[in-house]
Design a protein around this ligand. Structure first.
Ligand code: UDX
Length: 433
């Protein structure tokens, strides 16, 4: 099949490479010339395990090309998948301007019977608007569909190759058949629904997972008041099949490019359709307050931040990515600096300077090249992200012989007793030590 992805951001590039690997002829289209010229040279502007290799392989096999030209990308496409960004507007709603602009630009070049599918996260009703925009520009017969994306950063290639399910939202039987065929190699359950359900499914999945994380963080706070251990709670209630053990480790709250935005968008959508937005607002609010609240607690325990040397381990929003959007580090470091702390940060992949496009780091902030260098003279070590390099590091080798060193285990990844035996002052989440 000839498949074109509009938008070569994270989702577009990963999906384009994976769909090409099934033998489809795939074109990635973007209006950003710089992005396209680096992708033509198999250079991906972000870190994602396995992606550059797959991209190179598919380009060399002749299955995958990139262009900035709409006509080249659209005229032979059987399926066009819109995967452009949908940033949040100031009122919290999804800003759909890139989706609409791509619909306008693709319309004049459509071939008869092509399917235009939206993969970007968009509120219900968007597909009708896109259909109208295209119809205003062409008399060619075309179809529309919604194919939301559920991949996670850091495991995006694997998630796309082996999804838990594929959701196809459409009206026409012909569209279901074609899109089912396209997704057959994934060997995943296919959920065929109307477009509105597909769009709601994406928001619901993300908002539910964000709620789950917020819930366990609230439980963690209660555990600290009464001697319970939140890890024991997860284990104990997780045996209930309705609840499960996975995907609700407590910590600093959820970050990244999806959850914070999608929960707020669902609140905005609720308001737009005159429904109650309380639940989604509360989830956002609790998540946004989480880091300041925890920092106030830790500040008391360590006796203030002023003049403390603090090693921040993990700048990205999660392991196996260099993405720092809504990462805990971006909230914690400015607060600590404003309180007079000195920071040495470390991340295996993410660069503070790169993310903030800085020539120099802030005063009192250095980024170290190794964990050892970061923690060497630290008064406080804060392990923010569960990168294996960090969680498997032997901190006994770096313990300062004379200094009191605090170890803040912000994701409960370490054994408190081990660190205590190594003479660290251990602080975790949701447990008293
Ligand atoms: C998420 C969804 O999982 C994915 O299906 C959707 O397509 C995009 O949004 P992603 O943002 O890449 O994916 O990462 P994810 O692994 O889901 O983590 C999101 C945030 O929640 C991270 O900040 C993570 O640290 C946090 N998290 C996750 C927790 O605090 N506890 C958990 O148990 C799981």
């Amino acid at each position: 099949m000839n498949v074109t992805f509009i938008g070569t951001g994270f989702v577009g590039v990963v999906s384009a490479a994976v769909y090409a690997s099934f033998g489809n002829q795939v074109i990635g289209l973007d209006v950003d010339e710089n992005k396209i010229s680096s992708l033509k040279n198999s250079k991906v502007p972000f870190f994602e395990p396995g992606l550059e290799e797959l991209l190179t392989q598919q380009q060399q096999a002749g299955n995958l090309t990139f262009t900035t030209d709409y006509k080249t990308a659209i005229r032979n496409a059987d399926v066009i998948i819109i995967a452009v960004g949908t940033p949040s507007a100031p009122d919290g709603q999804a800003d759909l301007k890139y989706v609409f602009a791509s619909a306008e630009s693709l319309a004049p070049h459509l071939k008869t019977g092509a399917i235009v599918a939206i993969k970007s996260t968009v509120p219900p009703g968007t597909l009708n608007k896109v259909e109208k925009i295209i119809k205003n520009k062409t008399k060619t017969k075309f179809f529309t569909a919604s194919v939301p994306e559920f991949l996670k950063e850091g495991s995006a290639v694997q998630d796309t190759l082996k999804p838990d399910r594929v959701v196809i939202g459409a009206i026409d039987q012909e569209v279901f058949e074609k899109l089912e065929k396209l997704h057959q190699p994934l060997n995943a359950p296919i959920v065929k629904v109307r477009p509105e359900s597909a769009q709601m499914a994406k928001y619901s999945a993300n908002a539910y997972l964000a709620t789950r994380i917020t819930f366990i963080n609230q439980i963690a706070d209660l555990c600290e008041k009464n001697g319970a251990d939140v890890n024991d709670i997860v284990k104990a209630i997780g045996f209930d099949k309705r609840i499960g053990q996975h995907y609700w480790y407590p910590g600093l709250g959820y970050g990244g490019s999806c959850f914070p935005k999608d929960v707020k968008e669902l609140a905005a959508y609720s308001r737009a359709v005159n429904e109650n937005d309380n639940l989604f607002n509360k989830i956002s609010e609790l998540n946004e307050n989480r880091i300041p609240k925890l920092l106030r607690k830790f500040e008391k325990e360590v006796g203030g931040w002023e003049n403390k040397q603090i090693a921040i381990l993990g700048l990205a929003f999660k392991p196996n990515t260099d993405d720092m959007r809504e990462a805990p580090s971006t909230k914690i470091i400015p607060i600590l600096l404003s309180k007079g702390a000195k920071i040495i940060s470390y991340d295996p992949m993410a660069s503070w300077k790169g993310f903030f496009r800085l020539d120099n780091l802030e005063e009192n902030h250095q980024q170290a090249g190794t964990i050892k260098e970061a923690v060497k003279n630290a008064d406080v070590i804060m392990s923010l992200i569960e990168w294996p390099e960090i969680t498997q590091f032997d901190f006994s080798k770096t313990k300062h012989p004379d200094k009191i060193q605090w170890f803040i285990d912000a994701r409960n990844q370490f054994h408190p007793q081990t660190l205590q035996q190594q003479k660290y002052q251990y602080l975790g989440i949701g447990k008293t030590n």
